[in-house]
Design a binder for this molecule. Structure first.
Ligand SMILES: Nc1ncnc2c1ncn2[C@@H]1O[C@H](COP(=O)(O)OP(=O)(O)OP(=O)(O)O)[C@@H](O)[C@H]1O
Length: 327
């Protein structure tokens, strides 16, 4: 297995009364994407700030590229790239000038800085806008430039904070392909995102944070298998909808009604339940127009995990979160 490039043990951060991170353990590896998911305020940015040495932990330990975040910040900063939600692009400068500026700030000589800028401009498909001000760029170009700027020093660890927010579908896929290319070359990526399609596509492993705690971690397949439920979708004629819903409910399969179709959706734990539902509907004399069994999506998993975490918090008073299932 590839080498561990980010590791945290019992990492905690308090801001006065607020515990933003509570004994967090994560691990990210070279050549892989770790997806960090969590609701607003879950602690994602706090974690990225500590790992990128912008702030210090209150307790616990963390290493990035083998260096300690508490004592070896300069070593870490030399080896990481950060693309934050607020772009680092200077709008008055051209794409090339932005890249040269970053390279010079990192200590490159003028010629080496220009060469690196040209390389990145080509790699990120920015040639057309290389010499005009970034203020004239489209959202996709600006995001690509932002990412290119975080890669000037060829980082071994890349922090991507919601990298495709606000991009159109084509620009989004372009950016995903760029990230996949970097990962193939061995970069470790820590990706925070609210976009579960993005996490599903890019992340090799996912850690879910809720109120500062890790509530689950695993591959997307593991999370789906352990947490998500499969669902049966039954289409019936509209005038049989009420009868079908009532028959299923009576037998312990309360459906959700989707008016489009119309379709009844029922969560199931085993595929054998599909046959049972057909029997129930046949017995109730409801003709079935369509039938499908669908796998859980990452959305289902995320909702199940975060609602389980909130329920635990409510039951146990102020202190939340028994980690669920997967580890
Ligand atoms: N400097 C600070 N002072 C006080 N509280 C803070 C500070 N920074 C973060 N917090 C609190 O810590 C908690 C975690 O915040 P954080 O920004 O890490 O969450 P997040 O998961 O990144 O959320 P979002 O998705 O909204 O960016 C929140 O309750 C937040 O209000």
């Amino acid at each position: 297995m590839s080498e561990v490039t980010i590791s945290t043990r019992g990492l905690s951060k308090r801001f006065g009364e607020v515990t933003a991170l509570d004994a967090v353990d994560i691990e990210a590896r070279a050549g892989a994407v770790l997806g960090l998911l969590g609701h607003n305020g879950a602690g994602k940015t706090t974690l990225v700030h500590i790992l990128s040495t912008l702030s210090q932990p209150s307790a616990g330990s963390a290493t990035v590229a083998g260096f300690d975040v508490r004592t070896q910040g300069a070593e870490i900063r030399r080896r990481i790239g950060v693309t934050a939600q607020h772009t680092a692009v200077d709008n008055r400068l051209s794409g090339t000038a932005n890249l040269v500026l970053v390279a010079r700030l990192l200590g490159a000589r003028p010629k080496a800085a220009r060469n690196r800028a040209t390389q990145l401009i080509e790699a990120f498909d920015l040639t057309a806008g290389a010499n005009r001000p970034a203020s004239t760029y489209s959202g996709g170009m600006r995001r690509r430039l932002d990412l290119a700027m975080s890669l000037v020093a060829d980082p071994v660890v890349l922090f991507l904070d919601e990298p495709t927010t606000g991009l159109d579908p084509v620009s989004r896929v372009n950016l995903w392909e760029i990230v996949e290319g970097l990962v193939r070359q061995g970069t470790a990526v820590l990706l925070t995102t609210q976009d579960l399609n993005e996490a599903d596509r890019l992340a090799d492993r996912i850690t879910v944070l809720s109120k500062g705690r890790v509530v689950a971690s695993g591959t997307t397949a593991e999370l789906k298998a352990e947490t998500g439920r499969r669902s049966v979708h039954v289409s019936v004629e509209r005038d049989r909808l009420a009868r079908a819903a009532s028959a299923l409910r009576q037998h312990g399969y309360p459906p959700t009604v989707e008016q489009q179709g119309p379709t009844l959706v029922i969560g199931v734990d085993a595929s054998a339940e599909l046959a049972r539902m057909v029997q129930i509907l046949v017995a109730a004399e409801v003709p079935i127009d369509g039938l499908a069994l669908s796998e859980p999506t990452l959305d289902d998993v995320y909702l199940a995990l975060t609602s389980a975490a909130s329920a635990t918090a409510t039951e146990s008073g102020s202190s939340p979160h028994t980690p669920v299932g997967v580890s």
